[in-house]
Ligand binder design. Structure first.
Ligand SMILES: NC(=O)c1ccc[n+]([C@@H]2O[C@H](COP(=O)([O-])OP(=O)(O)OC[C@H]3O[C@@H](n4cnc5c(N)ncnc54)[C@H](OP(=O)(O)O)[C@@H]3O)[C@@H](O)[C@H]2O)c1
Length: 277
């Protein structure tokens, strides 16, 4: 196909925000924010029924077009399915929101090898894969952007959530480097680094009684998503919401590891309902 024909075909496509992990928690709240902003959405998660329900609720509430694709992003075929779904629905990825992630908690040696590898596959491999698939077109169009949902845990080593925190550090590093590479274009690469948010992710990892959930300020997904959307549209590189999270992110740069790693260990140790490790 000649360049003119492919440009014409591209012009018929509708720009969409691709949001991974959009059925609940922060992803669902981000989907609402992007819908409020008038964006067409492609929602991604594994649960087909949950996606269909979320898509119809958002479409009804905000009057935007919402498509969905059920796939497992922790395997390579999952990312193929996202590209196929865009093509099938006549969309292109104007924004990519890499939000889907899994968390496991506890001593590293007690966590299943398969679960640890799934964290790497979903939190890192899928992020790199989807970004590599869609960023070149954003640059060719000179518009759009990538919003990566990392965590304040990505700023430091975190005992008992070691692999998860390491994947979030990778995400922050990748995002900041790409933000530099796309500088001078109208494409944005941003990373948001939330502290604890009221979602099921902690209980699903068995960490609901860890001290960080109780003693650290907890934010709603809606408040987090509002801040992330606004500052993504503005083009901020690193979005850290909440003063305790900002102090943490700033402070760990200057405190020696011998101080902040034991502190993180105290906060993140898996405990029972009575606080016993
Ligand atoms: N909650 C917090 O305190 C917190 C703090 C900092 C950062 N974050 C980050 O914020 C993001 C969202 O967290 P959350 O708390 O909202 O999580 P959540 O409530 O557990 O939701 C996770 C979402 O990801 C989807 N998902 C899980 N595995 C998937 C897979 N293999 N393929 C495709 N989709 C998958 C889930 O849907 P299905 O199960 O249907 O696939 C769900 O929609 C994550 O990146 C997390 O690391 C969360």
């Amino acid at each position: 196909m000649g360049k003119k024909a492919s440009d014409e075909r591209a012009e018929q496509l509708t720009p969409a925000a691709v949001i991974t992990g959009a059925t609940r928690g922060i992803g669902r709240a981000l989907a609402d924010e992007f819908a409020k902003g008038g964006h067409t959405l492609l929602l991604v998660a594994r649960d087909e029924a949950g996606l269909a329900k979320t898509a119809s609720e958002i479409a009804a509430e905000h009057g935007v077009r919402v498509q969905h694709v059920a796939c497992d992003l922790s395997i390579a075929e999952g990312c193929d399915a996202v590209e196929d779904a865009l093509r099938e629905h006549g969309l292109y990825a104007e924004s990519l929101i890499n939000n889907a992630a899994v968390l496991t908690a506890g001593f590293f040696q007690d966590q299943e090898r398969e679960d640890l590898l799934r964290i790497i596959d979903l939190n890192v491999r899928a992020v790199v894969d989807l970004t590599r698939r869609f960023l070149p077109d954003m640059l060719a169009r000179d518009s759009g952007g990538v919003l990566n949902v990392a965590s304040v845990e990505g700023f430091m080593p975190v005992p008992y959530q070691s692999t998860y925190a390491a994947t979030k550090a990778c995400m922050i590093s990748l995002s900041r480097a790409l933000a530099y590479e796309v500088m001078g274009t109208n494409v944005r690469v941003c990373v948001v680094t939330p502290g604890p948010i009221e979602t099921d992710i902690h209980a699903n990892a068995g960490a609901e009684h860890s001290y960080y959930v109780h003693y650290y300020p907890v934010m709603t997904p809606e408040k987090m998503a509002q801040a992330a959307y606004k500052r993504f549209m503005r083009g901020n590189w690193v979005i850290t919401e909440g003063w305790v999270n900002r102090i943490t992110a700033f402070g760990v740069r200057f405190l020696p590891g011998i101080m902040h790693i034991p502190a993180a260990g105290w906060f993140f140790r898996v405990r029972d309902a009575d606080g016993n490790p």
